[in-house]
Design a protein around this ligand. Structure first.
Ligand code: 5GP
Ligand code: MN
Length: 336
């Protein structure tokens, strides 16, 4: 493992750097990646952000978004950049399976790897690690990296601040999840002082949807929500046909699961979506209920205690039945 002084020494000269994040990146994944990008280019480095897949349109306004390479669309160029990189920053993930086919390429690259992340149980592929499950977002850790570890607070300009604000805002549920500590509010205050236009950012992320996405949401809440009061659990399931019917694109289902959790008394909410390649499961829970345990044990996934995900090769109906069959095991936790 490198010490921060060694990493600082490496970063004292211009380097070839790749920043990557998990597939289907969300606001924190992309906000922390572009936040770090906008910082490192000021230091004179040659930096590329490579996302394993595409990502939602409501994140495509982030400062320097056009610089992001999408691995599935630019494979040869991405492979070359990864192979030739001297440093690879791995943001908002800690298991190489989260970057799909890029995993083996990152692993084999001679580059030093820096992990900045806030998920449980990190794999051992990095040379320097800034990791805390107490951080509400990876963007919070990137702020810490720039301001405190690198002592470059002066380089948090408007672009950096805008990206990091977006990451913290989206991963903290707009500053309401339990991880939103006083320190997070101090950081957010500082990011606004550095130029992040908070009101505009909220609008760009949350008031930027298509009409069909809103109608899809209406249909999901009216017709696709199933409440199981005996388990304080709610399920929303979406078929592939419905995704087509409402012209659903990447990002349109984000946040849907949270509606199920707004019902009084509900402790566990599931969104089960029949994607073209496999069925994807998103779980949200309240309090001590370990949503990540269910995802890890039964759906080849993981995540945080209150926000986790997984997937399955079974059919949509089979996954719904499997999910329901697991609930008795957790009944005590769910009804207490
Ligand atoms: P979402 O439900 O929004 O897709 O994911 C919620 C959280 O669960 C993410 O922050 C991520 O940490 C985790 N997660 C989602 N899908 C997977 C998965 O397939 N594997 C693992 N390990 N974690 C996942
Ligand atoms: Mn995150």
């Amino acid at each position: 493992m490198l010490e921060i002084t060694q990493l600082k020494e490496i970063l004292a000269q211009p380097k070839r750097i790749v920043i990557t994040t998990h597939h289907k990146p969300d606001g924190d994944a992309l906000g922390s990646s572009l936040g770090l990008y906008n910082y490192l280019v000021q230091k004179g480095h040659h930096v590329h952000v490579i996302s394993p897949t595409d990502y939602p349109y409501f994140l495509q306004w982030l400062p320097n978004n056009p610089e992001v390479l999408i691995f599935t669309e630019k494979q040869e160029e991405s492979k070359k950049l990864i192979a030739e990189a001297e440093l690879i920053f791995c943001l908002d993930f800690n298991s190489l399976s989260r970057i799909n086919d890029m995993g083996p390429l990152v692993k084999e690259s001679a580059a030093k790897k820096v992990m900045i992340d806030h998920h449980l149980e990190p794999e051992d592929f990095d040379d320097y690690r800034l990791w805390s499950i107490n951080a509400c977002a990876t963007a919070q850790l990137v702020y810490d990296f720039i301001a405190n570890k690198m002592q470059d607070k002066g380089l948090i300009n408007k672009d950096v601040a805008t990206c990091l604000y977006t990451g913290i805002m989206t991963d903290s549920g707009s500053f309401k999840f339990p991880t939103t500590t006083a320190e997070v509010h101090y950081i957010i205050g500082d990011l606004i002082a550095c130029g992040a236009e908070n009101s505009k950012i909220h609008q760009l992320v949350y008031d930027n949807f298509s009409e069909s996405r809103l109608r899809f949401l209406g249909n999901a809440l009216l017709n696709k929500l199933e409440v199981l009061p005996e388990y304080n659990t709610a399920i929303i399931s979406i078929s592939g046909k419905e995704l087509q019917e409402y012209s659903i694109v990447t990002g349109d289902t984000e946040g849907l699961v949270n509606y199920a959790l707004t019902i009084n008394g509900i402790k566990l909410a599931a969104l089960i979506v029949e994607r073209p390649d496999r069925v994807k499961l998103s779980l949200r829970s309240t309090g001590e209920f370990p949503a990540n345990e269910i995802c890890k044990k039964y759906f080849d996934g993981g995540g945080h205690r209150n926000a986790a995900g997984g997937h399955s090769e079974q059919t949509l109906n089979e996954v719904i039945l499997k999910f329901k069959s697991i609930l008795p095991e957790y009944k005590n936790l769910l009804i207490s």
